[in-house]
Design a binder for this molecule. Sequence first.
Ligand SMILES: Cc1cc2nc3c(=O)[nH]c(=O)nc-3n(C[C@H](O)[C@H](O)[C@H](O)COP(=O)(O)OP(=O)(O)OC[C@H]3O[C@@H](n4cnc5c(N)ncnc54)[C@H](O)[C@@H]3O)c2cc1C
Length: 330
Amino acid sequence: MAQGVCVITEFREGAFRRVSFEIASEGRRLADELGEPLLAIALGAGIESLAAGLGNYGVDKVYVVDDPKLEDYRAEIYVPAAAEVLKSLDPKVILTAASVDGKDFSARLAARLGAGLATDCTELKMEGGSLKAKRPMYAGKAFAWYEWSDGSWPQMASCRPNVMDCLAPDTSKNAEVEKAQVEVAEGNETQVLNIEKDAGGKIDLTEAEIIVSGGRGMKGPENFAMLEELATLLGGTVGASRSAVDSGWRPHADQVGQTGKVVTPTLYIACGISGAIQHLAGMGSSKYIVAVNKDPEAPIFSKADYGVVEDLFNFMPVFIEEVKTLKSTC
Ligand SMILES: Cc1cc2nc3c(=O)[nH]c(=O)nc-3n(C[C@H](O)[C@H](O)[C@H](O)COP(=O)(O)OP(=O)(O)OC[C@H]3O[C@@H](n4cnc5c(N)ncnc54)[C@H](O)[C@@H]3O)c2cc1C
């Protein structure tokens, strides 16, 4: 009989990705609503010794698949391995990350399990013993609640990174760890030849807590140095609107929006960005939005928590100096 909630973690370069703790925290909440256990499946290479730590985020028991072949995400080995473990666990609810790899993984896994999948969810709850999932539609213009109408298990949801609250880690709690009895396939279909990292070791926009973004109002690529300086001071990273990218001022990897990256930082500072719907689609779920724009009618102000109506070339240098002063006195 189906029981419990199961989260499938993401592991990269020897550490769980933050989204794993977010889905574990969300899973804990749902498991408590059901009054049932929270399980996790951790797949990766060299993952076993870290698995118990998922207990800090509310996981009761972790099933580990630790294999050198799982060093990099490859659908043809990750999906069957996870599906095999899930078959024996038979959970009611499965949560995954709607990260770049997670989107690919979740869709394939749902198809293999014959499960209904709500993708890129921003809120979940149990209602009448069944999962309800909220997800953005029409580039974030509207939200819809989804339910699994036939009531069958498993009900599966992938969760948008940086949206769901993470529990404060309780280091006194460790999860029980069990090696899953799974044969990891050779997976000769694809090979990861090389992973190209940003030369400057830039924080991934989708993982960043703080983003300082610039648009056409920046007037040219050289002025992004100002945003780089502020981002470094704040421990964040730099993003851009499509106009800035199309103008060749920033690489495409920096683009935030409908055809760029969907980001959900705690703080998003938009400088010289008008706030077109396609841009808002990428950053509208940020926790706090600060907009700097000389046009008081700019649409970005309707989304912003704090607005600065000013020429950014007057405001930003003063603001950066203030941040420096604050940092030196803290
Ligand atoms: C299918 C499709 C997909 C798209 N995808 C994306 C996407 O992923 N991401 C994205 O960003 N856009 C996307 N766009 C483009 C989007 O519609 C806008 O054109 C774009 O976001 C505008 O960028 P911007 O705000 O930098 O420029 P603008 O709209 O030109 O705004 C510049 C802003 O800077 C302000 N400004 C100018 N000078 C100063 C100054 N000195 N000080 C302060 N403020 C100043 C102006 O008042 C203005 O509000 C897409 C469009 C389409 C059709």
